[in-house]
Write a protein that binds this ligand. Structure first.
Ligand code: J2J
Length: 540
C-alpha cells in the first residue's frame, strides 16, 4: 500500500476491500500486464500502424528501453506527462514506458491546441509534453513552442519523429534498468472529462480499476487472441482506449490496428487487409461508414462487431448496421469517469437497436433520480447517478466541483438523463449538464463562454446545442454585443487565435439584446434554443 496521490479522492477502505474480495481489483499494474503477455505469446502481433508491426515482445522491450531513457532524463514516479499523440505505434510504447516508471500520462487529444495544452501542462505541473512531429497537416512542434512560452515550468518536449528544436524519443532509448514501479492501487494516468465547467477536469484512474474495466469489456465483447481491433477514433479517448479498445485488445492477446484517419477510404482497406473483427465509431462516422459500405468496394466480411457510442445513435441508423455490414451492432454508453454500458453481442436485435446497453459490472450501482435526488419510479426518466469498482470518487484537485458532481455517499452525477428498461438496460433520453455533444466531441458551454467574454466587443455570451441531422448537435453561441455586433468571423478567429481546439469553435453565432431568464434569474438555455427555432421559421 502506498500513500494516495495528493488531490486524488479515492474509494473508502470498505469499498476497496469489497472490490478486491469480489475479484475485481486483481493487484496487477499495466507494466506487469504487458510483461506477462510478452512472456506467454511474445511473437504475436500486438500493434499494426502504417508499415510498423510490433510483436508483444517488441512492444515490451521498447517500453523498457524508453522507460530507462525517461528515467535518465529525470522523469520520476508520479510526474505528470502530457501525452498528445495520434494513432501511431509510439503512442503505446510511450504510455507503457510511463506506466512502468510510474509517471502519469495526461491524455490530451490531437485536436487540442495551445489553450488546452497550456492549461493541462500548468495545472498538472507537467514534467514533459510528448508530441508527434506532424499529423494531419499540422506541425505539433509549433504548438509546443507556444506552450513552452506560456508554461515556463515545462522541462521537456519529446517528439515522436523529427525533433526540430526538441528531443526525439528515439534518442532516449537506453539499456533497461530495474524499476520499482507503481503499486496496483496507484493512479496510472489522467483521462479528460467531457466537462461542463469553465475549466476541463482531470480524471484519475488507477491500474486496478482500469484493468478491471478492460477485463470486463473483453469478456462482454468476446475478445481473444484471434481478435483484430481497428482503432479509428483518437486512441487517447476512453472509448477506443478501453471499451475494450486497444488496451482491452492487448489484454486479450489480440492485434490492434491503428488507423491514422477514420474515413472509409483509409479504414476499409485496413479492414480488408488485416481481417479486422471489431471496430468502434461515433454516430456520425457510423453513418458515413454505412453509406460507403453500401458501395461494396471492399471486403468487410471479417467484421463481426461494430461498436457505436460517445453520443446517441438513432434507432433508424442502428437498424441499418446488420443488413448493411453483416455484423452485430454493439451500442456503448460510457464515460471517462468510469461506468460503461454495453448491449451484449447475443442480445435480441430489438434491445440492441433501441437501448444503450447495461453496465459491465454486477457491482455498478445505478440510481435514476428526480431533481430532488429521490429515486424515480422504475421505468421513469431521471438523472443518472452511479458508483462502482471503476468509477472515480472525484476529479483531480477539484474539491469545490467534486462536492457538486458527487453525492456525499460517493455517487457520480453523470448529468445524463436516462430511463431504465425492465431488463435493466439504459436508454439515454437527454442531458442535464451544460455541455454540447458534437457527434461525440464534448464541448463545455462555460469554457467557450469564458473565451468569448474575453473579446472586447462581447458583453455576454451563452453557448447552446442546436439539433443537427449529421452531428446530432452543433454549437450556437448567443452573444450580447457591447455596441454594434462584430462580424461573426471576428469572433471565431479570435477563439482560434486563443488556441482553442477546432471542434470547440461555435458553428453558429447569433446576436441578441438580452438573454431570456428562468424563474430564479439564470439564463434560460432552453428558451434560447427555442429562439433559434423561431428565427429559423421566420427566415424560411
Ligand atoms: C448517448 N450519449 C452517450 C451513448 C456516451 C465508451 C463509450 C463512450 C465514452 C464517452 C466512453 C453515449 N449515447 N451511447 O468513455 O468508455 C455521452 C454521455 C456521457 C458522455 C461521456 C467509453 N456514450 N455518451 O463518450 O467521457 O453524455 O466518454 O456522459 O467522452 O458522453 O463522454 P466521454
Amino acid at each position: 500500500e502506498t500513500v494516495p496521490l495528493p488531490g486524488c479522492p479515492t474509494w473508502p477502505e470498505e469499498f476497496a476491500r469489497r472490490y478486491r474480495r469480489a475479484g475485481y481489483w486483481c493487484g496487477e499494474t499495466f507494466g506487469q500486464l504487458l510483461r506477462e503477455r510478452a512472456r506467454s505469446h511474445g511473437e504475436r502481433t500486438a500493434l499494426v500502424a502504417g508499415a510498423q508491426r510490433w510483436s508483444y515482445r517488441e512492444l515490451d522491450e521498447r517500453a523498457d528501453r524508453l522507460a530507462a531513457g525517461l528515467q535518465a532524463l529525470g522523469i520520476k514516479p508520479r510526474d505528470r506527462v502530457v501525452v498528445q499523440l495520434p494513432n501511431i505505434a509510439e503512442f503505446f510504447e510511450v504510455i507503457f514506458a510511463l506506466f512502468r516508471l510510474g509517471a502519469l500520462p495526461v491524455f490530451a487529444l490531437p485536436a487540442h491546441r495551445s489553450a488546452e495544452i497550456s492549461y493541462f501542462c500548468a495545472f498538472t505541473e507537467a514534467a514533459a509534453y510528448i508530441i508527434p512531429d506532424k499529423h494531419g497537416g499540422f506541425d505539433y512542434r509549433t504548438l509546443a513552442e507556444q506552450v513552452r512560452e506560456r508554461v515556463p515550468g515545462l522541462r521537456h518536449v519529446l517528439v515522436a519523429g523529427e525533433a526540430g528544436p526538441f528531443t526525439s524519443l528515439s534518442s532516449l532509448y537506453a539499456e533497461p534498468v530495474e524499476l520499482q514501479g507503481p503499486s496496483p492501487s496507484d493512479v496510472a494516468f489522467f483521462q479528460l472529462s467531457g466537462g461542463s465547467t469553465g475549466i476541463p477536469k482531470l480524471i484519475p484512474r488507477t491500474h486496478d480499476d482500469y484493468i478491471y474495466s478492460l477485463r470486463g469489456s473483453v469478456e462482454i465483447c468476446q475478445l481473444d487472441g484471434s481478435s483484430v481491433y481497428l482503432c479509428v477514433l483518437p486512441a487517447a479517448h476512453n472509448f477506443p482506449l478501453s471499451s475494450p479498445g486497444v488496451l482491452g485488445t492487448l489484454y486479450a492477446g489480440g492485434t490492434a490496428v491503428l488507423s491514422p484517419y477514420p474515413s472509409p477510404d483509409v479504414a476499409f482497406p485496413l479492414i480488408e487487409k488485416e481481417r479486422v473483427t471489431i471496430a468502434a465509431l461515433v454516430p456520425p462516422l457510423a453513418m458515413i461508414w454505412l453509406e460507403a459500405a453500401a458501395a461494396r468496394r471492399h471486403d468487410l466480411s471479417s467484421l463481426r462487431v461494430l461498436q457505436v457510442g460517445g453520443a446517441k445513435f438513432s434507432e433508424e441508423a442502428a437498424r441499418r448496421v446488420r443488413p448493411t455490414l453483416g455484423c452485430t451492432l454493439q451500442q456503448v454508453f460510457g464515460m471517462a469517469e468510469g461506468l460503461v454500458n454495453y448491449t451484449r453481442l447475443d442480445d435480441p436485435e430489438e434491445l440492441i437497436v433501441s437501448t444503450q446497453g447495461r453496465p459491465i459490472s454486477p457491482d455498478d450501482e445505478i440510481r435514476v433520480v428526480d431533481e430532488d435526488g429521490r429515486e424515480v419510479t422504475p421505468g421513469e426518466t431521471g438523472l443518472l447517478l452511479t458508483r462502482g469498482p471503476y468509477t472515480i470518487r472525484g476529479y483531480y484537485k477539484a474539491e469545490t466541483h467534486n462536492a457538486r458532481a458527487f453525492t456525499p455517499d460517493g455517487f457520480y452525477s453523470t448529468g445524463d438523463v436516462v430511463r431504465a428498461t425492465p431488463e435493466g438496460y439504459l436508454v439515454v433520453e437527454g442531458r442535464e449538464k451544460d455541455q454540447i455533444n458534437r457527434g461525440g466531441d464534448k464541448v463545455a458551454a462555460e469554457e467557450i463562454e469564458n473565451h468569448l467574454l474575453a473579446h472586447p466587443a462581447v458583453h455576454d455570451a451563452a453557448v447552446v446545442a442546436i439539433p443537427d441531422p449529421f452531428l446530432g448537435e452543433r454549437t450556437c453561441a448567443f452573444v450580447i454585443p457591447r455596441e454594434a455586433p462584430p462580424p461573426t468571423t471576428a469572433l471565431t478567429t479570435f477563439l482560434r487565435e486563443r488556441g482553442l481546439a477546432a471542434f470547440k469553435i461555435p458553428d453558429r453565432v447569433e446576436f441578441v439584446d438580452a438573454f431570456p431568464k428562468t424563474g430564479v434569474g439564470k439564463v434560460s438555455k432552453k428558451a434560447l434554443r427555442e429562439t433559434l427555432t423561431r428565427r429559423n421559421t421566420a427566415s424560411t
